[in-house]
Write a protein that binds this ligand. Structure first.
Ligand code: ITT
Length: 184
């Protein structure tokens, strides 16, 4: 028998789930996983994409869920790839991004965690400023080898405390305050 949870993370990306589970675990919330490729609407707003994904996840599984939509926004190229981060990672990847950037390397990573159940749809945002490294460093997933948070010399992939400061951590922390309060 599978263990049942009060709350599930729905995503195609197991790395995101593993980090979310660690972070929420440390905040006292147990998190199950439902692996699924959610429909992503075309929009230049992460929040709109996240809300549509959350509705899709709830209608598929009919259980309280959170989903996450992330974007890497690079300043010198107009915030690109932003809402298209998943597509850009699959097409040109980290190598392609490094080739695009000449001098200015400021960027920020945004996470929108959206909760959905029968009656509630609620989003929480976490944003982390940083920059894009000149070369890929460390063995991590996704954009981890090229994103250096402010006040760090290491990329996400080289750090051992990513989960204590990431965009995901910031969004989940806000979510947990709201979620734990909801049951009081
Ligand atoms: P979903 O099924 O949950 O949508 P996804 O991997 O498509 O999974 P997103 O659209 O939320 O996820 O993420 C956009 C891109 O940013 C995608 O290529 C991710 O791998 C990458 N990404 C998100 N968070 C990251 C992190 O903490 N470190 C490295 N890459 C990250």
């Amino acid at each position: 028998m599978h263990k049942s949870f009060d709350l599930y993370f729905v995503s195609s990306n197991v790395h995101k789930y593993q980090e979310a589970k660690t972070i929420l675990g440390s905040l006292g919330i147990d998190l199950g996983f439902l692996k699924s490729n959610l429909g992503e609407i075309q929009s230049n707003s992460l929040r709109n994409i996240a809300m549509a994904k959350a509705r899709d996840a709830f209608s598929k599984f009919k259980r309280p869920v959170i989903i996450e939509d992330d974007g890497l926004f690079i300043d010198s190229i107009g915030g690109f790839p932003g809402p298209y981060s998943s597509y850009v990672f699959k097409t040109i990847g980290n190598r392609g991004i490094l080739d695009l950037l000449k001098n200015s390397r400021g960027a920020n990573f945004v996470s929108i965690i959206t909760y959905c159940d029968k009656t509630t749809l609620q989003s929480f945002e976490g944003k982390l400023d940083g920059k894009i490294s000149k070369t890929q460093k460390g063995k991590g997933w996704g954009y981890d080898p090229i994103f250096i948070p402010n006040n760090s010399v290491k990329t996400f992939a080289e750090m051992n405390n990513k989960n204590e400061l990431s965009h995901r951590f910031k969004a989940l922390k806000k979510f947990s305050r709201w979620y734990l309060h909801k049951w009081e």
